[in-house]
Design a protein around this ligand. Structure first.
Ligand code: ZN
Length: 77
């Protein structure tokens, strides 16, 4: 499959698609649990930095699986 500029990368085969979609479901389930915990924390008036980091990490991995263009920003810029 050819990639055109600005278009998300899509699955290269049906096996690749099935594996990718299974991973999306798995990560989505985990993310929902963490977001539920964050909502409970918010109700109790506090935030959990470690949980926020995990949510950001899971969200980034899901974005990449969905084919969202992720800017890899250089740390020293
Ligand atoms: Zn593939």
């Amino acid at each position: 499959m050819t990639q055109s500029r600005g278009r998300p990368t899509r699955w290269c085969s049906s096996g690749c698609k099935a594996a990718g979609e299974a991973e999306i479901r798995r990560l989505g389930t985990i993310l929902a649990k963490f977001e539920e915990g964050r909502a409970v924390d918010a109700l109790n008036g506090h935030t959990d930095q470690r949980r926020a980091e995990v949510i950001a990490d899971l969200s980034g991995r899901l974005d990449r699986l969905y084919g969202v263009e992720v800017q890899e920003v250089a740390a020293d810029e």
